[in-house]
Design a protein. Structure first.
Length: 134
């Protein structure tokens, strides 16, 4: 008899997936924005706006899919621009179902005051990213 082997689902890197989608689509939209995990060293309000992508908790995995909450934080010189970019990122992630399966969990939120580390105005949103495991 042949030995039985099992293939365990591989969890995707949700942050990398979100970054890849946003880099591709924001570039196609001619948006002047950087995207990545964390904020670039030396970033300040005069820098190119930035979208920080952060996994917001432990992914949940069932038999055939993985779901993770991902936070998108926009850093910009003005609250208006930060909110615009966070909203655009959310719209891209929800609308581009050909590239990613995401649903919005919150609207765009802009806390009072500037980010103490970068002096940026920030706005944020969260999405849930789902993937069929392979």
């Amino acid at each position: 008899a042949e030995p039985v082997t099992f293939t365990y689902p591989q969890q995707q890197d949700d942050e990398a997936l979100v970054i890849d989608v946003l880099v591709e689509v924001m570039g196609a939209l001619d948006e002047d924005v950087t995207v990545g995990v964390g904020v670039p060293a030396g970033w300040g309000p005069r820098s190119t706006p930035h979208l920080r992508i952060t996994s917001d908790g432990t992914p949940s995995i069932d038999n055939c899919s993985s779901r993770a909450t991902v936070r998108v934080v926009a850093y910009a010189a003005s609250t208006t621009e930060a909110k615009r970019l966070a909203g655009l990122a959310q719209a891209v992630l929800v609308a581009r179902y050909d590239l990613i399966n995401a649903v919005a969990l919150t609207g765009v939120q802009a806390p009072d005051g500037r980010d103490p580390e970068t002096s940026a105005e920030i706005a944020m949103t969260t999405v849930q990213v789902a993937a069929v495991l392979s």
